[in-house]
Every structure is written in structure tokens, then in C-alpha cells.
Ligand binder design. Sequence first.
Ligand code: NAD
Length: 329
Amino acid sequence: MKVAFFSTKSYDITSFEKHNTGAHDIIFYESTLNTKTAKLTQGCDAVCAFVNDHLHERTIKLLSEYGVKLIAMRCAGFNNVDLKAAKAANIKVVRVPAYSPMAVAEHATALIMTLNRKTHKAYNRVRDGNFSLERLTGFDMYGKTVGVIGTGKIGQYFSKIMLGFGCKIIAYDLYPNEELKALGVTYLSLDELLKSSNIISLHCPLTEDTHHLINEAAFSKMKKGTMLINTSRGGLINTIDAVEALKNQTLEYFGIDVYEQEEKLFFRDLSENIIMDDVISRLISFPNVIITSHQGFLTHEALDKIAEVTLGNLLAYQNEESLENEVVL
Ligand code: NAD
């Protein structure tokens, strides 16, 4: 199949070139897929897209006009795909449901431990010849209460890591997980979780129901001094409300790998540019905020798996086999 890949970076090209045994003719584009770039798919059977590509109704209509029959998402989330429009255009959508839940769970842990033990500050200090320990005091993870919102694949691994630290795990999910319950995880209502947690980590998908799940009302229920971690999707948090919660010290620590307006910022080097987004600039100014630019998935193992499963999805479509990773409405 001839496939146009959008939003590609060097690490995508390396892993897909390694795994593509010649079955597919791949064209790598650095640009985002949107109504303007859709014309690059002329003559292609499929597109391969990522988290910030625009697969809205108008783009999908254009893809259909150019002959695209398959949208292969090389990620788990598909909140940026208009599934109704794809169905109407007779375009199938496939994804990579699980490539390395451990990678994201471990990154959430890295954010927690960096905020807690301030290793980023210590690193810079020592390089500057400053061996002082002033203002580097952290806290023991042992015995802390960690609230996990969404205990699917990533939330489960994350909960097990936190259990390893000796934390008490409380969770909120529409469908409680029996294995976690057997390990001592207690499922509570969202309100109870917000009230009781020292650390809250978000692992549910972004849907109409979860959009701004963490807003002013949710912050008002949290303990003073809470740590909030988001490695799921930016839209789960009302960021303006998070800034207020940081200012009134409800949030003592805030670690995010995703940001609602990340599309214009993340995955690019903007070090020589003026950042026009005042909210992220305000967030960056807090000493107790860590932002990483959607790198939770970025491990060698995850990249290999993403390439293998995506190429398998393309091959299954080409061979008219059943699409086990199809996203259906
Ligand atoms: P999953 O589908 O296995 O688990 C999601 C869980 O959320 C499920 O248990 C589901 O029941 C629960 N859920 C759904 N709606 C809910 C609601 N309204 N309230 C509470 N719980 C709800 O997904 P996963 O593989 O664990 O991934 C979780 C999210 O992580 C994805 O949706 C994606 O947005 C994000 N993600 C981020 C990265 C990254 O690089 N930072 C990488 C992969 C995935």
C-alpha cells in the first residue's frame, strides 16, 4: 500500500524503516495532517497519523476525495478523529491499542519523583558548583495515598509501581479492576478520591464526559498540598483553574506530559521563538511545575511495538483480513 505518514520525527522514520520489510511504500511528511496538507495524500491508499493531527470532518472528506481508504493511528488515543465522518466516508480507522503501557506509567512515576526529590534542580546546581541542599527537601513515598483516575492498561501498571513504593492506592474508574482490588486497591467515588489523595494521577481517556474533569470544583475538593500528574490528555484539566490552584497552593506540585493547547507547541524546537501561549508561559514560571512535551510513550520498546502493530494493521487491511485494532463507533 502507498501510505502517507504525517507529523513524523526522526525516531518515527528510524523505527518504521527498521520494521517495514518493503510491503508498503511509505512517504514521511513532517507536517501535521489538516485540511491544507490533505492534498499530499493524493494517490495514497492510507494515512498514518499521530495525536495532534486534525482528522476532523473536512479533512476526512478531502482524504476520501483523494482516494484514502484507511486511517492508521500510530497511537492509542483517537479523540482527534471524527469517527462519524470516517464512517460516512467509508474510511476505516485502526490504532495501536497498547504498545507499552509501562512506558507511560513509568514516565508518570518519573514526573512524581522529579517533583518530589527535585533531581532536576540538584542536577543544575551541581553542574554549577553549588552543592547546597537548601530547598531540596522531598517526602517519603512510603505510606502516601495515591489516587488513580482510570485503571485501564496504563493505570494498572502505574498502580502496581505505586504499590511497590508502599503507597496506599485508591482508584476511580467506571469499571473497577478485580486484579487491582485483590492487590489491595480500593475503588472510591471521584469526590472521595479527590478529597483523600496526596498524589492524583490521570489515566482515563479524553471523552465528552472527562473533558475538564479536573476543574475549579475538583480542585476545591483536594487537600492543600496535593500533587497532580497528567500523562493522559491535556483536555482532562482546565489549565486556567490549575494555575489558580497553584497560586492558592491547593496544588503543591503539578506534573504534566500533555497540555490542552499542546498542538501548537509540543514536538517542536521553539527555543528561538516567542511563546505566544500565556498559560503555558505562566505554568513554566512556577518552581513546582514540571512539563514534558508528550514523551510518555517515547521508549525504544514502545516505538518498536508502534511500528510493528501499525504495519500489521496496514497489512491486514491490504489482505482484507479482519481488523482486530479497528476503532468502531
Ligand atoms: P485504557 O482504555 O486501557 O484505560 C482507560 C481506563 O479509563 C479504562 O479502565 C476506562 O474504564 C476508564 N475510563 C473511561 N472513561 C472514564 C471516566 N469517565 N471516568 C473514569 N474512568 C474512565 O487506556 P490506556 O491504554 O490505559 O491509556 C489511557 C490514556 O493514556 C489514553 O486514553 C491516552 O489518552 C493516554 N496516553 C498517553 C500517552 C503519552 O505518551 N503521554 C501514551 C499513550 C496513552
